[in-house]
Design a protein around this ligand. Structure first.
Ligand code: ATP
Ligand code: MG
Length: 390
C-alpha cells in the first residue's frame, strides 16, 4: 500500500458510552464507500482515529466527504530511522500542489520506547529536509504546512497534506428520515444537513407528469446522485402525483391549493416513513421565502400528519442556503429550468394565513385515503448510487 490516511473524528469521540457504536458505524460507512469505488485498502481502528492504507491518493477526496470525519491527513509509511522519515517527508513535500511559504515538523510519539523525544525527532527531521532540498522557512508558530510524523509501535508514518472533513455525525447513527426533494435549491440542502447530522435519508419526489416535464424526474435523480457522496446508497421514491393533482384542480379552492397539495404530500410521505422505518419527514421549507411558507401555513401542513416534520432550513438566509448548495454541488442542477408541480399550481392570490378549520373543511370533498393509497401504489423506487456513488 502506498499511502496512509489518518482519519480524525472529533465530535463523535465525546459521546461517552455510545462511542463504540459511533466508531463502528463510521468505519462501516468508510468501508462501504471505498468498496463501492473499488479501492484497494485496509482500515485499522485505533483509539480516537482510524488509519486507512491504500494505493491511491484519491481516497483522500472520498474520505473528506464522509459525514463524521473532521479531518484527514494523507501520508506514507516509512522505517523508524530519521533518514527514512526525512526522505519520506521530502517526497510528500514535493507532491504539494503549491510550494508553501513556511513549514514546521510536528511529531506524535505514541511509542515511548523510541530513543528520541518528539521535539528531538521534529528537529532532526527538519534539519534533514532543509539539508536535502526544501528551501522553505521554518515557522513553528504559524506554518503554512505541517509535516506530521507519527511514531507508534509497528507503524511510523509521515504526512504533509491535511484536509478538513465535513464533520457532523456518521450517517445512520441518528436514524432514518424521509426527505421531500423537490428539485429546487432548498430541499437538497435540507437533505444534506440531515445526512450530516447522522440521518440516513429516503428522498421522495412528487411527480406531476404531464403537468410537469419528465425532465424534472431526471433532475431529481441527478440531485440524489450528488447526495450519494455522503450516503453511498439512496432509495429514491418517485410518487406519481397526477391523480392527486387532477383532483386538486377540480375540487380545491384556488387560494388553498398549495396547502392542500402539501397536506397530501405529507400524508404520502408518512406512509413511506412507516414503510422504511423513518422517524421524521424533512422539508426544505424556509420561513417567509414564498407565500406558502408562513407559520400559519406551515401549521396547516403539519396538521395533516402525526409524524415529526423537520424543517432544517427555517432559520437560514437564501444566501447561506445557496452557499451550501454550491458546496455540495447541487446548485447548478437545482437551477436548471424545469419547474416542479407546486410552482405551476401557485394561484394569483394564495392564502397566506391559512386556518386549520378552513383547510379541513376544504378537504371534505376528497377521498383522501384512496388518493394516498393510490399514490403509494404508483410509486417507483429507484436505487441511486451503489457502485456509481459520487
Ligand atoms: P425547494 O427549493 O426545495 O423547492 P422552495 O423554497 O422552492 O423549496 P416550495 O417549492 O414552496 O419551496 O416547497 C417547500 C418544500 O416542500 C420543499 O423544500 C420540499 O421539501 C417540499 N416539496 C415541494 N414540492 C415538492 C415535490 N414536488 N416533491 C417533493 N417535495 C416537494
Ligand atoms: Mg420549490
Amino acid at each position: 500500500m502506498d499511502y496512509v490516511f489518518i482519519v480524525r473524528y472529533g465530535e463523535i469521540f465525546i459521546k461517552g458510552k455510545n462511542r463504540r457504536f459511533f466508531e463502528n458505524r463510521l468505519a462501516g460507512n468508510i468501508r462501504k464507500i471505498l468498496n463501492f469505488k473499488g479501492f484497494d485498502y485496509t482500515l485499522k481502528q485505533t483509539r480516537g482515529r482510524f488509519y486507512v492504507e491504500g494505493k491511491s491518493l484519491d481516497i483522500l477526496d472520498v474520505l473528506k466527504n464522509v459525514p463524521g470525519i473532521v479531518s484527514v491527513s494523507a501520508g506514507k509509511k516509512c522505517k523508524r530511522e530519521i533518514e527514512s522519515i526525512g526522505k519520506t517527508a521530502l517526497e510528500l513535500f514535493f507532491l504539494l500542489e503549491k510550494k508553501p511559504s513556511s513549514f514546521k515538523v510536528e511529531t506524535k510519539r505514541a511509542d515511548k520506547t523510541y530513543p528520541l523525544t518528539s521535539i528531538e525527532i521534529s528537529k532532526k527531521v527538519a534539519d534533514y529536509v532543509l539539508k536535502n532540498g526544501i528551501d522553505t522557512a521554518v515557522d513553528v508558530h504559524d506554518p503554512e504546512v505541517v509535516i506530521g510524523v507519527e511514531i507508534q509501535k509497528g507503524l511510523v508514518c509521515v504526512f504533509c497534506i491535511t484536509e478538513r472533513g465535513i464533520g457532523g455525525l456518521p450517517v445512520g447513527v441518528s436514524g432514518k428520515v424521509v426527505t421531500m426533494l423537490s428539485g429546487g435549491i432548498d430541499s437538497p440542502v435540507a437533505s444534506f444537513l440531515m445526512q450530516k447530522r447522522g440521518c440516513e435519508i429516503f428522498p421522495v419526489y412528487f411527480h406531476g407528469f404531464p403537468f410537469t416535464s419528465d425532465m424534472v424526474k431526471q433532475k431529481i435523480i441527478k440531485l440524489t446522485e450528488k447526495l450519494t457522496k455522503f450516503q453511498p446508497e439512496i432509495k429514491l421514491s418517485i410518487v406519481n402525483f397526477t391523480p392527486v393533482l387532477k383532483e386538486l384542480k377540480k375540487k380545491s379552492p384556488d387560494k388553498l391549493i398549495i396547502i392542500l397539495m402539501r397536506r397530501f404530500m405529507v400524508r404520502v410521505a408518512e406512509k413511506l416513513a412507516e414503510k422504511y422505518g423513518c422517524k421524521a419527514i424533512v422539508t426544505g421549507d424556509n420561513l417567509g421565502q414564498v407565500a406558502s411558507q408562513t407559520l400559519d401555513n406551515l401549521q396547516c401542513i403539519t396538521d395533516a400528519s402525526k409524524n415529526l416534520i423537520l424543517r432544517p432550513l427555517l432559520g437560514y438566509d437564501k444566501q447561506e442556503i445557496i452557499s451550501i448548495a454550491r458546496g455540495i454541488d447541487t446548485f447548478d442542477i437545482s437551477t436548471e429550468p424545469y419547474e416542479d408541480c407546486c410552482s405551476l399550481f401557485v394561484p394569483k392570490f394564495p392564502e397566506i394565513y391559512g386556518k386549520i378549520e378552513e383547510v379541513r373543511e376544504a378537504e371534505k370533498p376528497f377521498e383522501i385515503e384512496k388518493l394516498v393509497n393510490e399514490s403509494i401504489e404508483l410509486t417507483e423506487v429507484i436505487e441511486v448510487g451503489g457502485k456509481n456513488a459520487q
